[in-house]
Design a protein around this ligand. Structure first.
Ligand code: BV8
Ligand code: ZN
Length: 241
């Protein structure tokens, strides 16, 4: 094991509170394509940033609904990988582990992480765009389906570009960073705000922030440590007992 990995292992074990910011790169090895990856097949000609917006839903609700139906099905088939499991293992050696995720696939929870803050919602939850009630089942063949309570169009319970983050999760995420001893920044390109401001916040508090990514990002120059590699390879070497 190289020196920087063993140093980070030691820091993690000495920490009372570790906060992890995860991005799409954390789910890549589970088969969920990242936003930077070109989308496949039918969706290759669309940019996610153009579809994940209220305007796109307003303009082409059926197209946006079908894109999410395709992604929901894909996420439903995905399994947490060794990196997700390593973060669960970390909870056995560190008193408090807070996972702050930009991902909407619920894989951290499925792996068994007990404290997950979803900054951008969860694609497996569906809500009414009018009354905002959660809707588990819907009938009829209209696309998008209608809310059983108020007939409003249903939508995925995710945060679109231009929409605010869920207040509670966002405040708790900032709080978790302020109280952390070590931060792991895993599989995020650091391009989407305000999530990308959290690693910068950690460095302003002089908190040790290690970045795990296949390639450098805009945050890398300010990171305390950069470990180049895949989340599924590096996290087990850091977190396994
Ligand atoms: C807000 C849910 C304000 C939906 C998502 C300029 C112009 C216009 C807008 C803005 C602007 N500047 C800032 C903004 C605001 C905007 C924004 O940041 N835009 C960007 C594109 C410039 N942000 C917002 O709109 C946010 N809201 O700001 O509200 C506001 C305030 C008050 C009142 C009203 C409004 C909302 C942003 C949330 C958008 N929703 N997801 C859905 O999923 O469909 S974001 C979505 O993209 C993902 O959730 C994810 O968070 C993000 C993609 O980022 P990453 O996770 O980093 O993934 P990415 O593919 O980019 O990178 C993958 C990384 O992993 C790479 O670095 C790669 O090297 C690495 N990797 C790959 N494989 C591996 C790996 N690493 C390790 N191991 C591997 N195996
Ligand atoms: Zn409704």
């Amino acid at each position: 094991m190289d020196q920087s990995t063993s140093e980070l292992r030691a820091r993690l074990r000495a920490a009372r509170h570790v906060v992890v910011l995860s991005g799409a790169g954390m789910s890549a090895e589970s088969g969920v394509p990242t936003f930077r990856d070109a989308q496949t097949g039918l969706w290759a000609r669309f940019r996610p940033e153009d579809l994940a917006t209220p305007e796109a839903y307003e303009r082409q609700p059926d197209l946006v609904w079908n894109w999410y139906a395709w992604r929901r099905e894909l996420v439903g088939r995905a399994e947490p990988h060794a990196g997700h499991v390593a973060l669960v293992e970390l909870e056995r050696v560190v008193a408090r582990v807070t996972i702050v995720t930009q991902n909407v696939d619920g894989l951290h929870q499925r792996a068994g992480s007990t404290h997950v803050l979803e900054l951008h919602g969860n694609i497996l939850r569906t809500v009414c765009s009018e009354c905002r009630r959660k809707v588990e089942r819907w009938t009829g063949d209209s696309v998008p389906p209608r809310c059983p309570h108020c007939q409003g169009p249903l939508r995925p319970d995710v945060v679109w570009f231009g929409e605010s983050l869920p207040q509670g999760a966002w405040l708790s995420a900032q709080q978790a960073v302020a109280e952390a001893d070590v931060m792991l920044v895993v599989g995020t390109s650091g391009l989407v705000e305000p999530a990308a401001s959290l690693p910068r916040l950690a460095r302003r508090y002089d908190i040790f922030a290690a970045e795990i990514n296949l390639a450098p990002t805009p945050f890398t120059p300010s990171a305390s440590l950069f470990l180049s590699g895949a989340a599924g390879d590096i996290l087990p070497s850091l977190c396994d007992p």
